[in-house]
Design a protein around this ligand. Structure first.
Ligand SMILES: [Fe+2]
Ligand SMILES: [Fe+2]
Length: 370
């Protein structure tokens, strides 16, 4: 264990945490067994000999193909494919879900902070305008009906919520992937290790994509919406990619501020559901994909799911603001572990010195486990 690479250690920690997922472990065993069978079962030595590129060979010579092995994922209740088919699964306790606060805000101290914050304000204003999203304080003692509240822009309709959430999640999945790509290419180019950033960034990208997949079970967008996503993706990915090449810190700060807005948006959504202003989602059961991804209870509702999504957004807020405080060759403090939501939910991020302390503590923990 002394020289165990961090990602492997993390995999072990995560595997231990989800050891109850017996089905997936037996599936992994099944893959390993079939892998062994493919490489040793052949009775003919001829099959072990390598072939020229243009000569035929039996299936599996270049490694396993999905068609060579039995399906390893199980379908639950005839629903979507379940079990360990994504990267890191975030799972939260009840206390963590409730711990998230919207007040965790990074003061814009430097010019680049101010620029990133300004960009987010402008984008938010523009998107609110275009999507028709509106949230105003309901006057105290109001006797307006839900229909009146929605008409006057105090609360949003289900379709406005879905448009907003679905569109934003298609955008939110871009920065992590673009940043991971750049760091990956950089590592290949200079032939040096990456300081542990790539996996955290990929996890964020996948986590955002899972948000999109989850809400897609409630509404399937139409052709106009999809065209807008296509155009936005083409523009935003390229701008973010180029900006990250020039100044990664400002990009992480920008994402940190974007995630502050995401936490606020989901908090308003939660409060609308809990105050009876969003009756459509009050008792709606959570989709299977969400129960599987966040390990929710079998009777979980969409409200439980949104609490989990909000916690993810608080993680992105914390991680990106922390990374924005680091130099690009600093070790990623979250490569091995992350603080729980009682920290990530209430604090905007780690200062550089705090990250260094956290890395030191993580190393001590690893040494203790050896
Ligand atoms: Fe998200
Ligand atoms: Fe996010």
């Amino acid at each position: 264990m002394a020289h165990m690479p961090a990602p492997l250690l993390r995999t072990l920690i995560v595997s231990a945490r989800y050891s109850s997922s017996g089905a997936s472990h037996s599936a992994i065993r099944a893959v390993l067994c079939s892998r062994r069978a493919l490489s040793t079962q052949s009775s003919s030595n001829e099959k072990l000999q390598s072939k020229k590129a243009d000569e035929g060979a039996f299936r599996g010579v270049e490694g396993l193909h999905y068609g060579d092995i039995p399906a390893v994922s199980s379908a639950r209740d005839g629903g979507p494919i379940a079990d360990d088919w994504v990267m890191f699964h975030p799972v939260y306790t009840k206390e963590e879900l409730k711990a998230v606060q919207t007040s965790a805000h990074r003061e814009a101290l430097t010019m680049s902070d101010k620029f990133a914050n300004f960009l987010i304000r402008v984008l938010r204003f523009g998107f609110d305008l275009v999507s028709g999203y509106s949230h105003k304080e309901i006057p105290p003692g109001s006797t307006m009906t839900l229909e009146e509240l929605r008409k006057k822009g105090y609360v949003n309709t289900e379709s406005r919520w879905l448009h907003r959430i679905l569109f934003l999640e298609t955008v939110a999945g871009i920065p992590g992937m673009a940043a991971a790509t750049i760091r990956h290419l950089h590592s290949l180019r200079i032939m040096r290790r990456d300081a542990g950033w790539i996996h955290t960034l990929l996890e964020e990208a996948e986590n955002e994509r899972m948000h999109l997949m989850t809400f897609m079970t409630i509404k399937k967008p139409g052709i106009l919406f999809r065209a807008a996503v296509l155009a936005t993706q083409g523009v935003f990915y390229n701008i973010f990619f180029l900006s990250y090449l020039i100044n990664p810190r400002i990009c992480h700060r920008f994402v940190g501020y974007l995630e502050e807005e995401a936490v606020k948006t989901y908090t308003i959504c939660i409060s609308d559901i809990e105050s009876g202003h969003f009756p459509e989602w009050e008792n709606m059961p959570a989709p299977e994909i969400a129960k599987d991804y966040w390990r929710l209870a079998p009777n979980a509702t969409v409200l439980d799911m949104i609490y989990a999504v909000r916690s993810d957004e608080a993680t992105h807020r914390f991680v990106n603001h922390s990374l924005a405080n680091l130099k690009k060759n600093d070790v990623n403090p979250f490569a091995i572990r992350e603080p729980d939501m009682t920290v990530k939910g209430v604090k905007y991020g780690f200062e550089r010195e705090e990250s260094a302390d956290y890395v030191r503590d993580s190393q001590k923990m690893i040494q203790k486990r050896d």
